[in-house]
Design a protein around this ligand. Structure first.
Ligand code: FES
Length: 80
């Protein structure tokens, strides 16, 4: 089974309850397909909340964008 790796800054994500709750929902929805890496800082302090999906960087994501990015990445993997 393919796994999508999502990297976030734990400190910045926790400062945004909407992002933190979205991460929790995604983790629950995709327990085996989503691996969330939490860093203490991902050197993206000017782009909060920023994420990385694999090696792709996304600055200033909204909760809805985060969901769409993860869902589309999971669909692409499932279709391949
Ligand atoms: S402290 Fe969050 S990206 Fe730097």
């Amino acid at each position: 089974m393919a796994v999508v790796e999502l990297t976030v800054c734990r400190l910045c994500a926790r400062s945004r309850p909407d992002i933190w709750q979205t991460l929790a929902r995604l983790r629950t929805a995709h327990p085996n397909e989503l691996h969330i890496v939490e860093l203490d800082c991902m050197a993206a302090c000017d782009d909060v909340p920023a994420i990385m999906i694999e090696y792709d960087y996304y600055p200033r994501v909204t909760p809805q964008q985060l969901i769409e990015l993860i869902e589309s990445r999971l669909k692409a993997i499932a279709a391949s």
